[in-house]
Design a binder for this molecule. Structure first.
Ligand SMILES: Nc1ncnc2c1ncn2[C@@H]1O[C@H](COP(=O)(O)OP(=O)(O)O)[C@@H](O)[C@H]1O
Ligand SMILES: [Mg+2]
Length: 429
């Protein structure tokens, strides 16, 4: 039996994996196993496949590349880098005649993720392109901070998830990546940045050639945007600052600026000169996810960074209004906000609309919508009223991303990636 000789490397093996038609080349897999989802441009053959209740991406490649990419993705996951989840490496495939077939890397399809080519219906708008490039710059800075040289930075090798009006970028293709213990040299960083710029320019020019880029958009200009955004963030996160010892408040200011950007300082080096009149500070270890962590701690909700920032604004306002003088514990009121404000909103979303957007994204859009209604009607529109209007006038008419990214195959219509099984999802809704 061809199947018996399969060699599977995985942290935990999903038995469903064994039922897939490994004895066929991937391009011949029957339609019913294939999930038709949009994907980026790739060197290898990549197809999406239904597994027990979720979808995986299968890439036919060489054994060495599959194994090293699998290991790299696991390492990146451990380091908290947003990237796709490796499921297995499968080698020793043979067809019915005993001829060898290509080894594969299996990764989990990232829920609610969008390849950049799926982010427009007619053509890509310049502001959307800019937000994609900005998100990719943040990802690249995070990767460089942990010493990862990507080697093939591009829009195609990145997945995007909506994040409260912006995007969060996830690394999808780690094949060319290398991790350096001692960190990256400036030369290596510049090299990656140049690769990014050239690849993005190529990808946007390609869209332009196909009439898929809105007219007033300059691909070269947009692609250079990654360099500027990257440098700005890099110096804010890693740069040294010198000041007079009397200006000690500047330490706090730096910490707050970083928090605002979504980072926490785990370690800050502070040095004074011999006279003690002069201070020099430099963040040593920074950690992304400042708002995410705070939201998780206060409410148990897991969201993207900007979504978390947005939800926290609402939560903080709730806490401030409901705090009784001298009383009112933040944690308790945060819990109250979750149960009385957030959860009822998510529960009121009709079931058939739940696959459209992640709960945190829905809540963010609802807040926007309430602001808009209040402006229009010159009164404070209550959340419940705004919700009805949001569902009927906006959510219902959204281009149905869910159908594209989350086809109705039963259990996989559940939106938060971080809530990975049905039971957790039920707890939330
Ligand atoms: N786990 C995944 N979730 C969602 N999309 C994926 C996943 N893995 C691959 N893809 C899609 O497939 C495309 C090609 O995958 P990639 O790893 O870049 O292949 P290659 O090494 O051949 O370039 C990506 O651009 C992405 O759109
Ligand atoms: Mg690729």
């Amino acid at each position: 039996m061809a199947k018996a000789s399969l060699n599977i490397t995985a942290a935990t093996v999903d038995p469903g994996l064994l039922d897939l038609p490994w004895e066929l080349p991937l391009d011949l897999w029957p339609d019913e196993t294939i999930a038709a989802l949009p994907k980026g441009i790739s060197r290898h053959l990549v197809r999406f496949v239904h597994l027990s209740g979720y979808i995986v991406a299968i890439k036919e490649t060489s054994a060495e590349l599959a194994k090293s990419e699998y290991d790299m993705l696991r390492t990146l996951q451990r380091l908290d880098i947003p990237c796709v989840d490796p499921v297995a490496v499968i080698t020793n495939r043979t067809d019915a005649a005993g001829e060898p077939l290509l080894p594969v890397l299996v990764t989990r399809h990232l829920k609610f993720s969008l390849p950049y080519r799926a982010l427009y219906s007619q053509s890509l708008r310049p502001d959307t392109a800019k937000r994609l490039v900005d998100a990719l710059a943040v990802l690249l800075v995070r990767l460089h901070i942990i010493g990862f040289f990507w080697g093939d930075v591009s829009l195609s090798n990145t997945l995007f998830r909506r994040d409260a009006g912006a995007f969060a970028a996830y690394l999808v293709d780690a094949e060319t990546g290398q991790l350096f213990d001692g960190g990256l040299s400036n030369g290596q960083r510049e090299n990656d940045l140049e690769i990014a710029r050239v690849n993005i320019a190529g990808e946007l020019l390609d869209l332009e050639a196909g009439g898929r880029l809105q007219e007033d958009t300059d691909p070269v200009d947009l692609s250079s945007g990654i360099v500027a955004k990257y440098r700005e963030l890099w110096s804010e996160l890693t740069g040294t600052e010198e000041f007079d010892a009397s200006e000690r408040w500047r330490i706090n200011e730096r910490v707050e600026r970083l928090n605002e950007l979504g980072f926490d300082i785990e370690e800050l080096a502070i040095r004074s000169d011999a006279t003690g009149a002069h201070l020099r500070i430099q963040p040593k270890v920074v950690d992304a996810g400042h708002h995410q962590r705070r939201l998780l701690r206060l409410t148990g909700l897991d969201a993207q960074e900007n979504q978390a920032r947005r939800l926290l604004n609402d939560l903080d306002a709730y806490v401030a209004t409901n705090r009784v003088e001298g009383d009112g514990d933040e944690e308790e009121l945060a819990h109250e906000w979750t149960v009385r404000v957030f959860e009822p909103v998510i529960r009121s979303i009709p079931r058939d609309l739940r696959g459209k957007l992640e709960p945190a994204e829905v809540f963010h859009q609802l807040l926007d919508h309430r602001w808009y209604l209040s402006e229009q009607e010159k009164r404070d529109v209550p959340l419940a009223e705004a919700l009805t209007s949001y569902i009927d006038t906006i959510l219902r008419h959204r281009r149905d991303e869910a159908a594209m990214f989350n086809p109705p195959t039963g259990t996989i219509t559940m939106p938060l990636d971080v809530i990975d099984d049905e039971e957790d999802w039920r707890k939330l809704v």
